[in-house]
Design a protein. Structure first.
Length: 371
């Protein structure tokens, strides 16, 4: 989780709160972020069984508006934004001409011709430059980096709804997954979306930076009787891995396509044009040479990012994410292997510090909530 940096770290509006609460802070994507409070395992289990509260204000927001905003979003996003109703969001990708990931992102339709894209923290400037260039042919559409206007707090876990509902007039029970609404949260005007990155039910709350601490504290107080705990990047990573949600820089990057990553469902195949469409259509029709698969260790050991994957004595791929999961209590991972080795039950070996330990390909997600 640590990342070396030569420039001063950016701080979210909740930085002082994290430090006052005793969080262990680490550099991440150019930001000073909490990696854990009470411990990664404790925070992970709280989210699976009760609720956890995450500061994700380091994420970037880019708005696109104008009479041709939909066309602009269609040009730069691989998913089909025309399917979105106002108040609905979708997972998508910003692709290179080779159909690989510049970044993955969420697209929110704020109005018929007004969209907000939520992008990864370390790619805000790169993504913005790519988007500005990419939307030029659309005509009347302007992209604005509005990241400084938002703090973003994620409340995740099976008790998220009952914790948040008393603090907002937004009808949370009727809100579907990947929909959002505007309203007050703890007397602060904001936006609530039923989204998350943990595999649990939950909400992400956009509020002005100046009011972020008040909202955070109100959520902590409201959640205390329900077992809510503040959680850091460490638990966020183990939770998303159990749910087999891809992490940009690990599982998807500028060397991987949506088809290879098992994300064909975020490609708007019926759109008139998609960046990298020739590559994508060829992979769809002919099959990709490699696939991202779920891996579970058979022998005792943990498959971590960067470890080599072997089959029949030959190196065939690399682990992109891996950990010993607190909830499942299994050593799991993700990695790319040749498609011929992607069938469930296929035996592999992971080189763990010079020892080849047995593993197998398993279905994903590793964890799926039941309600």
């Amino acid at each position: 989780m640590d990342q070396a940096t030569d420039t001063p770290l950016k701080k979210t509006p909740l930085n002082a709160r994290h430090r006052a609460s005793g969080a262990r802070m680490v550099p991440f994507g150019g930001w000073d972020m909490p990696v854990e409070y009470s411990g990664i395992t404790a925070e992970h289990m709280a989210v699976r069984e009760r609720a956890g509260l995450f500061d994700v204000s380091h994420m970037g927001q880019i708005e696109i508006a104008g009479s041709n905003a939909l066309d602009a979003v269609q040009r730069i996003s691989c998913n089909d934004a025309s399917k979105l109703q106002v108040g609905q969001a979708q997972y998508s990708g910003l692709l290179t001409p080779e159909a690989t990931f510049v970044d993955d992102l969420l697209v929110y339709r704020l109005a018929p011709q007004h969209f907000m894209l939520v992008v990864n923290a370390s790619h805000i400037e790169k993504d913005f430059a790519c988007i500005v260039q990419g939307i030029k042919p659309a005509g009347d559409a302007v992209a604005v980096n509005v990241s400084s206007r938002y703090a973003l707090i994620a409340l995740q876990g099976p008790r998220a709804l009952e914790i948040l509902q008393p603090l907002t007039g937004v009808d949370l029970a009727s809100m579907k997954y990947y929909w959002f609404a505007h309203g007050e949260v703890a007397s602060v005007r904001g936006t609530v979306s039923r989204t998350g990155y943990t595999g649990e039910d939950g909400f992400e709350i956009f509020v002005p930076p100046q009011q972020a601490d008040a909202v955070w504290q109100a959520l902590i107080r409201a959640g205390e009787p329900h077992g809510l705990v503040p959680a850091g990047l460490g638990a966020r990573d183990t939770l998303r891995l159990e749910a087999a949600m891809s992490l940009h820089g690990n599982d998807i990057d500028e060397t991987t396509t949506p088809v290879e990553a098992g994300l064909s469902w975020i490609v708007g195949w019926k759109k008139e044009s998609i960046i990298g469409s020739d590559v994508l259509k060829k992979q769809k029709s002919d099959g990709a040479a490699r696939k991202l698969v779920g891996i579970e260790m058979i022998d005792r050991g943990i498959a971590r990012q960067g470890y080599a994957i072997y089959a029949n004595g030959q190196p065939v791929g690399t682990v992109t994410s891996g950990t010993q999961t607190p909830y499942l209590k299994k050593a799991i991972g993700l990695g790319y292997v040749p498609t011929a080795l992607a069938a469930h039950g296929t035996e592999l070996e992971i080189d763990i510090r010079g020892r080849r330990l047995r593993a197998q390909v398993v279905p994903t997600p590793f964890y799926k909530r039941t309600k």
